[in-house]
Design a protein around this ligand. Structure first.
Ligand code: ZN
Length: 364
């Protein structure tokens, strides 16, 4: 299978446009047209992981963290990153990463952790701003249903848990084609009035190309009149972090102990306990201190994340428990996301979950 086909469902799930500006997700080493027979999935790329790919005859390694992050100025094998890249190229192994774009989707890294911890009603902790567009299009009455369903099919018209959301109003459109036209209604060079509906839908920017393509295919006019404009509403199907509730309130200490066992933690660093049961839990896989305020304002009893700095623990202020469970530990289920997407789309393609993924941090 060509690499471009293999990664298509991953990028449909976690669009590259969702990655943070500092990130480097996508195909990092290799060519889109190369054929691969199997893939190795891991969290981080190391030399051992590349050896594993060679052993498994995997033509591509799919990781969460991008191997090249801050740029490379030379490739002389002095650093781990340089050695990994050299080894991958020498062995014809492509390197691909889905990082902050996989953090930013509804069923991404944090939702996976939330699921494993046993949360219900899982939502994004913080939605994505500036991601929604409004599309309004003028459609002759004969084609309103066909156009609307084409838009819905491509993901336009989703609001919260509702799909097929649209608004339409009837009116009259006018047009006159020049001598090079072949109008769907009326005659060229003659001013024509046509009963039309103006249909409005919202859509995420990431789906703009496919929605516009569907619109142009389903609409009967040679020149389709439509407006696309940005709206300021928060998009809640993408963003960062996750929040959900436990089916029953749990004792804070015993719940933290359960989390510790589930994640195989050496240790959990946490702020002062509050002597209250825990039911609403916010979390963010990886470094999520920037979401402490969001977790507090959503009145979560506990915020689970990683890489919390000393001073950040003061932000708990007895309003929330902050728990640092470790970066590797909080993202360890991420490989399952890649596996599930690829297995669903390519059930016979050979996939290996790395057996050499390891936490670079050790606990005494
Ligand atoms: Zn991470």
């Amino acid at each position: 299978m060509k690499i471009k086909d293999l990664i298509k469902p991953i990028e449909a799930f976690a669009p590259l446009s969702y990655q943070e500006s500092y990130d480097n997700a996508g195909l990092i080493v290799g060519k889109y047209d190369t054929n691969v027979d199997s893939a190795l999935i891991c969290l981080d790329i190391t030399e051992e992981i590349i050896d594993e790919a060679i052993e498994q005859k995997a033509g591509i390694i799919i990781s969460h963290h991008p191997i090249i992050f801050g740029g490379l100025k030379r490739l002389n094998g002095n650093t781990l990153v340089e050695r990994c890249v050299i080894k991958a190229i020498k062995n014809d192994i492509a390197l691909y990463a889905a990082h902050t774009n996989l953090d930013a989707v509804e069923h991404g890294v944090s939702a996976k952790l939330a699921e494993r911890i046993g949360l219900k009603n899982i939502k994004m902790l913080k939605g994505m701003p500036n991601e929604l567009l409004k599309l309004s299009v003028f459609v002759p009455l004969s084609h309103t249903e066909a156009v609307a369903s084409a838009l819905f099919e491509q993901g336009a018209g989703h609001i919260g848990n509702y799909d097929c959301c649209s608004f339409s109003v009837e009116g009259t459109g006018t047009f006159r084609g020049d001598e090079n036209t072949n109008p769907y209604a009326g005659k060229k060079l003659v001013l024509h009035s046509e009963p039309e509906k103006r249909i409005e839908v919202v859509l995420p920017k990431a789906k703009k190309a496919q929605v516009v393509h569907a619109l142009l295919s389903a609409h009967p006019y040679e020149e389709v009149a439509y407006d696309l404009y940005p709206i300021e509403n928060m998009y809640n199907k993408a963003g960062i972090g996750a929040i959900g509730t436990l089916p029953e309130p749990e004792d804070e200490l015993s719940f933290l102990e359960q989390v510790k066992v589930l994640l195989g933690n050496g240790v959990i660093r946490h702020s002062e306990l509050r002597g209250k049961p825990i039911q609403k839990v916010a979390l963010c896989g990886g470094s999520g201190s920037f979401l402490i305020q969001a977790a507090k304002s959503q009145r979560a009893d506990l915020f689970i994340t990683a890489d919390i700095k000393y001073h950040d623990f003061f932000l708990a202020e007895q309003k929330i428990i902050l728990a640092d469970v470790g970066h590797f530990e909080s993202e360890q289920f991420t490989c399952e996301i890649f596996r599930d997407i690829l297995m669903k789309n390519f059930p016979t393609f050979a996939l290996h979950l790395s057996e050499h993924s390891k936490n670079p941090i050790q606990y005494l």
